[in-house]
Ligand binder design. Structure first.
Ligand SMILES: NC(=O)C1=CN([C@@H]2O[C@H](COP(=O)(O)OP(=O)(O)OC[C@H]3O[C@@H](n4cnc5c(N)ncnc54)[C@H](O)[C@@H]3O)[C@@H](O)[C@H]2O)C=CC1
Ligand SMILES: O=C(CO)COP(=O)(O)O
Length: 335
């Protein structure tokens, strides 16, 4: 009988650890954390106290801070490094990985400067490897605590998707397949920007109707950009689009929403990011998305406004005044 596929997770933050915990319940799993104290905490205490507090991790989950050990272990690689650091980190593992190992992105941001999506960065760094992503409404702490949720594995190769699905599935974590990699990836990336707007709404106490307007018009502009880039618009109505948008915009545990709240309290972006102590991809992604919107000729008033706030060009209060003044077109034209 063939042995089960071994999952290697690159990145010992909150999401890398939560995904590793899912996989470790199904198959041998090793996680790489750049700092050895985190690896020791996982190995000795079955915790990642820095990112997941007291939440217990499976005893079977092993950790290392040696990338060569991770590469040697990997039958499947899950990449849980934030977008801005992904290329550099993959560069350390690329030559050591067996060439057939599929690589699955867990990240939800664009690479600053290049505007590349995480799956594109993986394809650049690991040419020839099957590439995909895991995304959906998955606030890391809730998944690690075993609360029920669902996600999507998106890859062009149905056989790869089918092989990966059971590795991350549990009784309370349902994994669907979708071949629309672009649409699923953009959903996760773009919702972070709307979540910052939702956090600002929370901080400014603008009311639930206003927030509902921002969420639904946010979804409209996410879909508009996705369609212009060639994604399937239906993906934006699913788990990786609307699903993740709802989770991130409404959860007090979302770092992007929290960033918006901190901005509304008068903190600068630098101060807010420092106070979070964890990554909020939307802050770097918002200005980068505007470059894509210009390239594809798409109007994105919410992303424009969030970008202006995170770059310190507008206050959250002015931003909300501005959003209320957007001239409405026809709703179903997504205008
Ligand atoms: N936390 C969550 O609920 C979810 C997060 N994501 C995405 O997962 C990705 C990873 O984020 P989290 O684990 O949440 O972040 P985190 O802030 O919890 O942890 C970041 C991890 O990346 C590592 N890291 C940071 N800079 C690095 C560098 N220059 N080189 C190597 N490693 C570096 C840190 O050591 C840490 O292990 C992000 O793209 C995020 O949007 C996706 C779904 C859920
Ligand atoms: O992507 C997420 C939930 O699906 C996590 O969102 P935050 O990065 O805002 O915490």
């Amino acid at each position: 009988m063939s042995r089960s596929l071994r999952v290697a997770v690159l990145g010992g933050g909150s999401w890398g650890t939560s995904v590793a915990a899912l996989a470790a319940r199904n198959t041998p799993t090793l996680i790489w954390a750049r700092d050895s104290a985190t690896a020791d905490d996982i190995n000795n205490n079955h915790r990642n106290s820095r990112y997941l507090g007291d939440t217990p991790l499976p005893d079977a989950l092993r950790a290392t801070s040696d990338v060569a050990e991770l590469a040697d272990f990997a039958d499947v690689l899950a990449v849980g490094i934030p977008s801005h650091a992904m290329r550099e980190t993959l560069g350390r593992i690329a030559d050591e990985l067996r060439p057939w190992v599929p690589a699955i992105s867990l990240a939800k941001g664009l690479e600053p400067g290049t505007r590349r999506r995480p799956t594109e960065v993986i394809a650049d760094c690991l040419p020839g490897h099957p590439v995909g992503l895991l995304a959906g409404p998955n606030i890391a702490g809730e998944i690690a605590e075993g609360k029920a949720a669902a996600a999507v594995i998106a890859t062009k190769d149905e056989r790869v998707a089918t092989a990966l699905q059971p590795l991350f599935t549990s009784k309370v974590f349902r994994v669907y397949r979708n071949d629309d990699v672009l649409g699923c990836e953009l959903g996760g990336i773009l919702k972070n920007i709307v979540a910052i707007a939702s956090g600002m709404a929370e901080g400014l106490d603008v009311g639930d109707n206003t927030r509902a307007m921002v969420l639904s018009r946010g979804l409209a502009e996410m879909t508009r950009l996705g369609e212009a880039m060639g994604a399937n618009p239906r993906s934006f109505a699913g788990l990786t689009g609307m699903g993740d948008l709802i989770a991130t915009c409404t959860s007090p545990r979302s770092r992007n929403r929290r960033l918006g709240e901190l901005l509304a309290q008068g903190k600068t972006t630098t101060e807010a990011v420092e106070a979070l102590g964890q990554v909020a991809e939307g802050a770097k992604t918002a200005p980068t998305v505007l470059e894509l919107a210009t390239e594809f000729g798409v109007r994105m008033p919410i992303a424009e406004t969030v970008a202006a706030v995170v770059m310190g060009q507008m206050t959250p209060a002015d931003a909300y005044r501005g959003l209320r003044q957007v001239t409405p077109g026809t709703e179903t034209d997504m205008g």
